[in-house]
Design a protein around this ligand. Sequence first.
Ligand code: NAG
Length: 214
Amino acid sequence: MGLSCCSSALLRMGLLLASLALFVSICEARLEASRGVAIPFVFDPKAICDPPCKHAGICIRNNTCFCSKGYEGEVCQYANCYPKCKNGGECLRPGKCRCPPGFGGKYCHKVVCDGGCWNGGDCIAVNGVVKCLCPSSWTGSRCQEALCPQGCRNGGSCVAPGICSCPDGWLGGACHTAVCKRPCLNGGKCVSPDVCRCRPPFSGPRCEERKKLF
Ligand SMILES: *[C@@H]1O[C@H](CO)[C@@H](O)[C@H](O)[C@H]1NC(C)=O
């Protein structure tokens, strides 16, 4: 008798605990459901989810989706990326970020310069602006332009650091030396291609004539 009393009391206690657990579970399920990550312990095979669960989520109770790994939201509409997409990247599907311009890599964690940086330049981000950091002898948005500190004169162009490509008739590191195919005579100086500046009393294209003073 005592035993049946106790066992029935235990049973009642057990039922109470069980219903309490169920109540807590339902509350938890509600909480979780509101975040779209429902726990599948109350599964209703006839459940209807409208709108339907996306991304292979399972409808476990009326309008409650159980999301597959990597998705969340009421109807599992949002992908989540771990690690998160950096630099304002958007999570397209688990592990796949769409990166904003200037960023790349799996998690948009890398800075990328469109077209790359040439001649040993480094792609860097400064205050969100992506640009090439060029070595000292190169410049331009992609470090594509060589620098000639000496300057390239007379229409010469800088083709490599410190190296000028000179037009016809000019020579020298800065294209500063004129070339006279036939040399200037009598101490005359070649001042531009095939033009001699003569010392008095000489004149003529090559300073070959001596002016008559008297
Ligand atoms: C789910 O929804 C259907 C149709 O709206 C309804 O008949 C059913 O009773 C609901 N089930 C539960 C567990 O509320």
